[in-house]
Structure formats: structure tokens, C-alpha cells
Design a protein around this ligand. Structure first.
Ligand SMILES: Cc1cc2nc3c(=O)[nH]c(=O)nc-3n(C[C@H](O)[C@H](O)[C@H](O)COP(=O)(O)OP(=O)(O)OC[C@H]3O[C@@H](n4cnc5c(N)ncnc54)[C@H](O)[C@@H]3O)c2cc1C
Ligand code: FES
Length: 285
């Protein structure tokens, strides 16, 4: 895990961007610790609220000179609705950075960034980091409909190789974000695929990348209660480098994983060959 800080972060701005709100927060000491793929958690509801758990959000931008971090919020339930309504001057209880970031290629690489909806949030700064290392970048952004896309203009500022895909055809190609993936890998001769989005998308992305012989790194969105490695809510079955499968915490060892090592079909159950499965009595089956 990164070396996180907990602080009261002042909301400097709250921008409406399609279906999303982009919050700019003053968080001194945090931006210099942030790498693409890190996330933050925010307390919601105030001290007497029934909303006990902090809410996790990927860090979109971190600017050490301005002392700011940016988060992008989609309204889902009570916690995210409250955050989306926050006003300049309000203070939010922030812990960041958390998790393990995307591994950067050693040298110049050709990276394909693939995002479902707000999955683009951690990927755009990652694309910039790849370019700074002399590499090249292609981007595929997908969503159910146009207003659920995030970062189209930012992606176009990054590279000319941007594909937009919507399920209802309201912008770009009609279909799913993974439909053009195999062809795009070949077209730009990608050496690595980075993905972020819903779990079924990441499963499909990992399968296609592996079939194409390209490694992939994906940032998962597994439900998280503590965000700091204590509660084990967020575990995923992952094959280790020694070939042994173990439950691994998405909040500390992740949220970024080698997509080829995640046992996507065994999420939510305890596979028999998982280390320690017998001792767990086959829970979840
Ligand atoms: C690593 C990570 C990065 C994320 N990045 C973003 C982002 O950049 N932008 C964004 O809009 N959302 C992001 N999410 C999802 C966001 O955390 C949930 O939408 C939010 O917690 C929902 O809270 P709520 O009170 O509005 O909804 P409720 O559904 O009322 O939440 C109830 C509980 O379930 C948990 N929960 C609900 N949905 C999710 C979910 N999809 N993932 C994890 N926990 C969930 C909440 O933490 C909370 O404890 C991310 C989640 C994770 C794990
Ligand atoms: S969310 Fe508690 S251990 Fe990961």
C-alpha cells in the first residue's frame, strides 16, 4: 500500500461532466504520493450518519504544485449523491493514496487503454505517463450511452488513436467496448493493455488480450468496506507467480491486477484448489 494521509480536504470546485461530477480537492501532501491506479476513500453522512463505510474513488488527477487531487463521481446511492452535491468550501474527510498503482512499462511501450464508463478516470494520467517514457498510446472508451462516457476530449488530446463505442449507438461505434479490442491490439501493435471498468468487461478484456498474446493490467472495482486491508471484504481469487491460487485483497494488493492471473469465473466462491480452501469448509459454495 502507498503511504496514505488522512485529512480534511477542501472542495475547490465541482464540475458537471456528462453524468459525472469532477471534484477538485485541496489535499496538501497527497498529490506527490499519487501514481495512476491509486484510489481515495471519502467519509460520507457526517459523524452521526448510518452510512458507516467510507466510499472508494479512483484518483483522476494529482497536481503536486497546486496541492490538489481530482475525483470523478457517478451518483449510485446515498453516499455518492451526497458527494456529487458537495459545494466549494466544504471539507471532505479523505484518505489517499490507497492501493497499488498500475505498473509502468520499463521503457517505450505501445499501450492500449480500455475504459468502460468512468473506468477512464485512472487511465488518462497513466497514458500520459506512458507517453513521457517515450511510448505510444491508443484508447478505447465505451459506455451504455454517450453521456456515460468519460474523458473523450482528454483522450483525443493524448492520441489520435481513439475509438468511442456506445451500446445504444449514441456516439461512435455501436456495441461493447471489448468488440473492437482484438483488432485495435493488432492495429497499433500494442505490447500492453490497461483496463478499468465493470468486472464482466475486465474478464472479457483479459481473455481477448491473453488470446492475442499481450499482457494486461486491470483496475478492478470490487466492493470495499475498509479500503485499508483489514476486513477482507474485497478479496479475489488470484493465481500467484508460484502457480498457487489465493484470496488477495483488492484494496491493498490491488486494485490493479494482472488480468491473466485473476480467476474471474470463481469470484464470489471458494475454489477447491485455493490455498486454505479446505480450512474454510468450502464457504460460498
Ligand atoms: C477502487 C474503486 C474505485 C472506484 N472509482 C470510482 C470512480 O472513479 N467514480 C465512481 O463514481 N465510482 C467509483 N467507484 C464506485 C464507488 O465506490 C461506488 O459507486 C460508491 O461507493 C457507492 O456508494 P453509495 O453510497 O452511493 O451507494 P450504495 O450502493 O448505497 O453503497 C452502499 C455500500 O456499497 C459499497 N458499494 C456500492 N457500490 C459499489 C461499487 N461499485 N464498488 C465498490 N463498492 C461499492 C459502498 O462503498 C457502500 O459501502 C469505485 C469503487 C472502487 C472499489
Ligand atoms: S476493503 Fe477491507 S480488506 Fe479490502
Amino acid at each position: 500500500m502507498a503511504n496514505p494521509l488522512q485529512l480534511r480536504a477542501e472542495v475547490l470546485a465541482n464540475h458537471v461532466e456528462g453524468e459525472y461530477r469532477r471534484l477538485v480537492l485541496r489535499a496538501p501532501g497527497v498529490p506527490e504520493r499519487v501514481r495512476p491506479g491509486h484510489f481515495a476513500t471519502l467519509a460520507v453522512g457526517g459523524p452521526n450518519s448510518a452510512l458507516l463505510l467510507r466510499r472508494p474513488f479512483a484518483i483522476h488527477r494529482a497536481d503536486p504544485r497546486a496541492g490538489t487531487v481530482e475525483l470523478v463521481v457517478a451518483v449510485r446511492g446515498a453516499g455518492s449523491a451526497e458527494l456529487a452535491d458537495s459545494r466549494p468550501g466544504e471539507l471532505l474527510d479523505l484518505i489517499a493514496p490507497l492501493g497499488t498503482p498500475f505498473p509502468l512499462p520499463e521503457g517505450p511501450a505501445t499501450a492500449l487503454l480500455v475504459a468502460g464508463g468512468y473506468g477512464a478516470v485512472p487511465l488518462l494520467a497513466l497514458g500520459e505517463a506512458v507517453l513521457r517514457r517515450g511510448g505510444q498510446v491508443g484508447v478505447i472508451l465505451g459506455a451504455a450511452r454517450a453521456d456515460r462516457l468519460y474523458g473523450v476530449e482528454q483522450a483525443r488530446a493524448l492520441t489520435r488513436d481513439v475509438l468511442v463505442v456506445t451500446e445504444d449507438g449514441s456516439l461512435g461505434m455501436t456495441g461493447r467496448v471489448t468488440d473492437p479490442l482484438a483488432q485495435a491490439i493488432r492495429a497499433i501493435d500494442a505490447t500492453v493493455v490497461y483496463g478499468c471498468g465493470p468486472m464482466p468487461m475486465l474478464r472479457e478484456l483479459s481473455r481477448i488480450a491473453l488470446d492475442a498474446g499481450v499482457r494486461c493490467q486491470v483496475a478492478v472495482e470490487e466492493a470495499m468496506a475498509c479500503g485499508t486491508g483489514i476486513c477482507m471484504t474485497c478479496v479475489l481469487p488470484v493465481v500467484g507467480e508460484d502457480g498457487v491460487s489465493r484470496f488477495v485483497r483488492s484494496c491493498t494488493e490491488g486494485p490493479v491486477f494482472d488480468g491473466g492471473r485473476v480467476r474471474w469465473d470463481d469470484r464470489g466462491r471458494v475454489p477447491d484448489d485455493l490455498e486454505g480452501a479446505a480450512a474454510m469448509g468450502g464457504a460460498g459454495r
